[in-house]
Design a protein around this ligand. Structure first.
Ligand code: FE2
Length: 259
């Protein structure tokens, strides 16, 4: 892949301390997880990995190993960050739960990914309405080890932070997030591969794509910004990029048009 030159990717370095998001920051008490909770993590990973080894984007699989995720235990975020931060400046930062948009975008703009520490129970193995550490860390964080994706996500957060209060434009930006970060696919070696966290972390959603049920369109920013979606239904349309440079450039274009 041809990474854009540094001149095109100015998002580097640490941002100032968080202010809006500050009340939501917590510590992860890793020693408090029970054996049962680690077993739930292990089962979730084991259920996803065979499919992902064949159908996930190579960058996701590389990131999984680079940040030291393990199959058998819930990740200790301090350990993840010791590996992740030197690569791209990103951290998985523990938060208390769902964040309001301004806090969420502030954190993305500071290369801090809001990460829940709670893990679903065995009874809700297939589906959890609220993101948990499996969705957030297994699903999202490996991609943050990829330099271009890392820059894209920070830039995305900064653009959205500037659009606070503009409901229509934020809704369009929400579609860009949905069809990349959450439900993104990429063409690699002639095949459609998964990289969005909603596809990575959900066996049902991942299988839906692999079985060819959603229509896969070429990524086009104009179409994505207008593409409505339902959170509660399996996706009918997805947008495939050819490289991660494309989503970085899409965030730049979206900024020009909307911010
Ligand atoms: Fe997510």
């Amino acid at each position: 892949m041809n990474a854009p030159s540094a001149a095109l990717r100015p998002e580097t370095g640490a941002a100032g301390p968080l202010t809006v998001a500050q009340p939501y920051l917590i510590q992860q008490d890793w020693s408090a997880y029970s054996a049962e909770q680690h077993a739930v993590w292990a089962e979730l990973v084991r259920r996803r990995m065979p499919q992902l080894l064949e159908h996930a984007a190579q960058e996701y699989l590389d990131g999984f190993h680079q940040i030291g995720l393990r199959e058998d235990t819930i990740p200790n975020l301090a350990d993840v960050n010791r590996r992740l931060a030197p690569r791209t400046g990103w951290n998985a930062t523990p938060v208390s739960g769902f964040l309001p948009p301004d806090a969420f975008f502030e954190m993305l703009g500071a290369r801090q990914f809001p990460t829940t520490t709670y893990i679903r129970s065995r009874e809700s193995m297939q589906y959890t309405p609220e993101p948990d550490i499996f969705h957030d860390v297994f699903g999202h964080v490996p991609m943050h080890a990829h330099p271009v994706f890392a820059d894209f996500l920070q830039h995305y957060g900064r653009v959205c932070a500037r659009l606070m209060g503009d409901k229509d434009r934020l809704e369009k930006m929400g579609r860009l997030f949905w069809f990349t970060v959450e439900f993104g696919v990429i063409r690699q070696n002639g095949k459609v591969k998964l990289y969005g966290s909603g596809l990575i972390s959900s066996h049902g959603e991942g299988t839906h794509v692999i079985e060819g049920r959603p229509q896969i369109r070429d990524f086009d920013l104009d179409l994505v910004l207008e593409q409505k979606f339902l959170v509660s239904e399996e996706q009918k349309v997805l947008y495939a990029v050819e490289s991660f440079d494309q989503i970085y450039e899409a965030a730049q274009q979206a900024e020009k048009r909307l911010a």
